[in-house]
Design a binder for this molecule. Structure first.
Ligand code: ZN
Length: 251
């Protein structure tokens, strides 16, 4: 059997299962409980879901989290194409595919990402719903799964690398403040005439200073430059750009 048979069997309305290939699914995921099967007597093309969330309730729903993973939310849609309550109420619930969706406000503890914040996915969702055959639904779900794979391979790494760059910038700012502070202490000591006239401080790399504060200031400045270079590292920026391009191609 192929995947189309599985979805046909699972999602066909009561009394219409003979209209589809009848092979049972290979496995029975936990979300495929029979009580969630819509009990609407219409044909696949005849009517939209008659039980959308009333428009007056939309404003009370949490806003769509977009491409951010969220834990312990309730989801609609399909296992590989979950939809947040907001996108379900404002968009998906009134489309033909809604009645085929096995997930109906199902709490899921693990982190998930709403798939229908994306204009691309909304367009594919509508396209699949114009003739919601098992093959069309399967094609949509296959693309969604591929898209989630790309997300996993790109977005977390991008977020990590961006966070590292941000830490370097933050570190550079801190080092700049420290350098300035020690420079001030160096100046005050020189003005006060309390420097040791017989010693200089520093090394060949930092340079030589009349007080230890001057050398410390130069040390912080040198470290600041290293942090700035890391924060603008071309290699890291190139990796980020490449990963973002891969994600944006399917987002
Ligand atoms: Zn959403």
């Amino acid at each position: 059997m192929d995947g189309n048979d599985q979805y046909a069997w699972v999602f066909a309305p009561q009394g219409q299962q003979t209209a589809y290939p009848s092979a049972p699914p290979l496995s029975q995921p936990s979300w495929q409980s029979t009580s969630q099967t819509p009990q609407q007597p219409s044909s696949p093309n005849s009517a939209y879901n008659s039980q959308p969330t009333p428009a007056s309730n939309w404003a009370q729903l949490p806003p769509c989290p977009g491409s951010t993973l969220v834990q312990s939310w309730s989801w609609y849609g399909f296992e590989n194409l979950v939809i947040c309550p907001s996108c379900w109420a404002s968009f998906a619930s009134s489309t033909p595919l809604a009645r085929l969706a096995p997930l109906q406000n199902l709490p899921i503890a693990e982190p998930r990402m709403c798939c229908l914040y994306s204009p691309r996915m909304r367009a594919l969702w509508i396209e699949a719903g114009t003739n919601p055959s098992p093959a069309a639904v399967q094609q949509l779900l296959d693309f969604s799964l591929m898209r989630l794979d790309v997300y996993s391979a790109t977005v977390p790494t991008v977020n990590y690398l961006r966070h590292q760059l941000m830490l370097q910038r933050s570190q550079a700012m801190h080092l700049s403040q420290m350098s300035t502070m020690y420079q001030g202490m160096d100046s005050m000591k020189i003005i006060a005439g309390t420097t040791d006239q017989y010693h200089e401080y520093g090394n060949n790399q930092l340079g030589w200073f009349r007080t230890e504060h001057g050398a410390t200031s130069a040390q912080f400045e040198m470290e600041r430059r290293v942090a700035v270079a890391r924060a603008d590292d071309p290699g890291t920026l190139a990796v980020i750009a490449e990963l973002e391009a891969r994600w944006m191609a399917v987002e």
